[in-house]
Design a protein. Sequence first.
Length: 538
Amino acid sequence: MRRLNRRIFLRGLGGACVAAPFLGSVMGSGARAQSTTPRRLIAMFTYYGCVTTRWFPVRSHGPLTADDLTGTTLEPLTPYVDRLLMPRGIRAMNEWTMDMTLGQGNDPHNNVTGSYFTCQPLMPNSDDPLVPVHPRLSPMPIGPSLDHVIARQLSPDQQPLFIRVGNVTAPAHSAISFSGPEEMYPGIGSASQLFTALTGLFDGGGATSPASYAALRGQSILDIVKDDLETLERVDMSGDDRAKLTAWKELLHETSLVCTEARARTLGLSEEVVAITGGFGNDAVSTPIEGTSLDGADVYSNLAVLAAACNANSVIFLAYPANFTFSGLGLETTTAGLAYRVGSPTFGGPCVPNVLDQLTTIDAFYARKFAHLVKQLDELPDGDGSLLDGTAAVWFQEVSDGAARNLNNLPILQAGSCGGYFKTGWAINVEDGADDLTRGNSEAVCADGAEEFSASDATAKITGTDRTLANAPINKYFCNLMNALGVRAGEDGFPLVGGTEDVRCFGRYDRTEDFIGGDVNPPTIHDPGEFTELRAGS
């Protein structure tokens, strides 16, 4: 058989397909679907929450319809309403409060972001919630984040693909990715660097063989091995073996390599476009790219989609900038200043004129970017379906309301069933199944853009959600995601390389109160398992 770069072949087909002619189990439809549809997690993370009263649909539990999204921030997702899953009633960990009754002192941002995907306390601990984090202290979580836990079992080199949208590096107190205890992970921010890495994925460093080059240029694996298959078909063989060979050819056709230069062009990606993306100066995110239908954020999303099409990684994170000015949206105030309602990250002052509308402009932009990501995934074929079918694409937000900085009633939106694992087309209140869960109180102040927003309003969390509501631990949703992807656990239920069990536990604590004081309480997961109601068929 002609020489073909092994990485091209395996990334294009999946290792199971190579063995298809020799495994009787691949003849079954279930095994075929599993081998031809890799499962992936693509997370989109945004900071400072949202105007929850405009973001959430009124319905908190039940089938979602286009009418539920009409008039909300999520209206751009209407074409995909039957592919959406909205887990309601979830709380993230380590919430900041003035009296430290829900988490550590530290910093209003540091607490949240450091513990968001780790569910671990931060060290060193501070018990003064009004003193900014000292640069030399830089509290960081004492365990790895979700992206790294998954990557250790499923990703090349045991590393996730962590993408900083706009090539903006988050300050230490806003970091969300950690490769280990107190080890912040920077990821990659340069669009050009990422594009080069993806287009150079196939060659191990030496000269590319003619067959590998053909695959790189878009020729299918079936075309490349056509002569060899025709020779094999002329061999006298049993009817059973011939049926297996036919099935293998069908698999090759179904899984034709989608990681190609042609595919990149379909996504609007080229060296010129990604180079322009890095040249916007202060706002390389929401500025349109002349001559294309893309803005900077779309380019990063399309690079994530290309990485998924390449099977380059099973876990891809797109982290938007933290405190940022979206000049491309016509805004002049930072996201932090708008979230706090007063123009700067302080607790009190006159409301910025039309601040709620400005916040909604940002929320709507993020919704369009998530809709764009979903659209690109849905338009790329993958086996019998699309890339979206094998993916859980999830929009996570740092907090619920940006002024209250509350972590209960968290806005989370998922698209894709991750290979049929999740129920879609539903909002599911995982806490108690109530269909009338509050949308929060984001419009409790600054509704007319004129009044004073006092420090006591902010620290009392008046714009948030009653702390007794929507407190189901996010740890359980992370267990759902890991089990959907195929991550395994040890007998104790925690993720473990080489484990054989389903994942039932994640992090150190699953109650925000346990974070008080830092790492002083014994490690405890009070509510192990996943949210079974999110599973397909439930």
